[in-house]
Design a protein around this ligand. Structure first.
Ligand code: FES
Length: 358
């Protein structure tokens, strides 16, 4: 019978040793008390070697983390101050040379093994988790929906910022730009395109219903309307990139559109357009505002009589010297990079080009 018991004893011994190692690591080894100094005067204390992202989240400092710490979104950046270790290979795709030199790292890939000092975007200190209810879902196109939430508490945000939705059923969260009027503190809205193969957008498009209760974190982001500026604005968006621009335009309308603003919206065919009539009407009401929708591949049945071409070509056609302007761009990385090139060709200084790539 000994031959039966030997493996059992061995397995039991292995379990006990593993548990001991975990406990020793937690309480004696790597698991001591650590301090994280955030933006100079916020100090949080943690026990154990957790990632900076988790440690900050547990202390109610919410960095964006659309991939939930899997190193696939690059949104959880923060800046370490002092002696900073080289980035891990998982961080490299998300960090520029300048950021690496400046101590910027992904907080989900940074283990806190000693006291550290870091800098996070100011918005991270104001973000929190909110209980929300879905109160409206509207089809805007064949693959884009608008979702309106109702919040229990006021949700303050700047036009252009984004929020994160904790999608029920999958562990992770997803980030979406806020599309609504920033003076309505109880009803943020998002505009979501169905991404082929995307678990979160599939849930939102196919399963989410009015009345669903979800958690929202935010607001996040350094892309927002520069309210104190008086530079004329160029706004460019494609697809669901309309969302933050819509929020920015709501704010500009509230202010009476005191400076010039031209909004270029690019889509492939007419079935990809939405809110066209709405923004053409806004342009009629506010002389400072111009709306230029463009289709890159209109179908004959679209009977499209407005602009045709890539949005970059349309921007090039309708703009001259942009050295005194500022720009707000939202869309795919490819579209944004191409637009930045055109804006710079037209003399726009880089520091006045604000963008949100998704
Ligand atoms: S949370 Fe996505 S890369 Fe860190």
């Amino acid at each position: 019978m000994d031959y039966i018991w030997t493996p059992v004893v061995l397995i039991a011994l292995l379990i006990v040793v593993t548990l001991l190692v975990i406990l020793i690591d937690k309480f004696l080894g790597g698991g001591g008390e650590r301090k994280i100094t955030v933006n100079k005067n916020n100090v949080v204390t943690i026990t154990g070697d957790d990632t900076a992202l988790n440690a900050l989240t547990n202390n109610k400092i919410f960095l964006p983390s659309s991939c939930g710490g899997k190193a696939t979104c690059g949104t959880c950046k923060f800046r370490l101050i002092g002696d900073v270790e080289p980035p891990k290979s998982t961080e490299l795709p998300f960090l520029s040379k300048e950021e690496i030199a400046d101590g910027v790292r992904l907080s989900c890939q940074t283990k806190v093994t000693s006291d550290i000092e870091c800098e996070v975007p100011a918005s991270a200190l104001n973000s929190k988790v909110y209980d929300a209810k879905v109160v409206e879902i509207e089809d805007l196109t064949h693959d884009i929906k608008r979702v309106r939430f109702e919040m229990k508490e006021d949700f303050n945000f700047k036009p252009g910022q984004y929020l994160q939705i904790q999608v029920p059923g999958i562990e992770t969260v997803r980030a979406y730009s806020i599309a609504s009027d920033s003076k309505d503190l109880k009803h943020p809205e998002v505009i979501i395109r169905l991404v082929p193969g995307g678990v979160a957008t599939k849930f939102i498009h196919k399963a989410m219903i009015v009345g669903d209760k979800i958690k929202i974190t935010g607001p996040f982001g350094e892309f927002f309307l520069q309210e104190k500026s008086n530079r004329p604005m160029i706004m460019i968006a494609g697809g669901s990139g309309m969302a933050p621009i819509r929020s920015i335009i709501f704010k500009m309308m509230d202010l009476g559109f005191p400076r010039k603003g031209t909004y270029f919206f690019g889509a492939r065919t007419k079935k990809d357009l939405y809110y066209t009539e709405y923004f053409l009407d806004v342009a009629k009401k506010y002389p400072n505002f111009k709306f230029i929708p463009a289709l890159s591949a209109p179908l004959p049945e679209d009977n499209w009589e407005l602009e045709v071409g890539l949005i970059t070509d349309v921007v090039r056609k309708f703009t001259d010297d942009l050295s005194g302007h500022e720009a707000y761009l939202c869309g795919s990385p490819g579209m944004i990079d191409a637009c930045i090139k055109v804006l710079k060709e037209k003399g726009m200084p880089e520091e006045y080009i604000y963008f949100d790539k998704f």
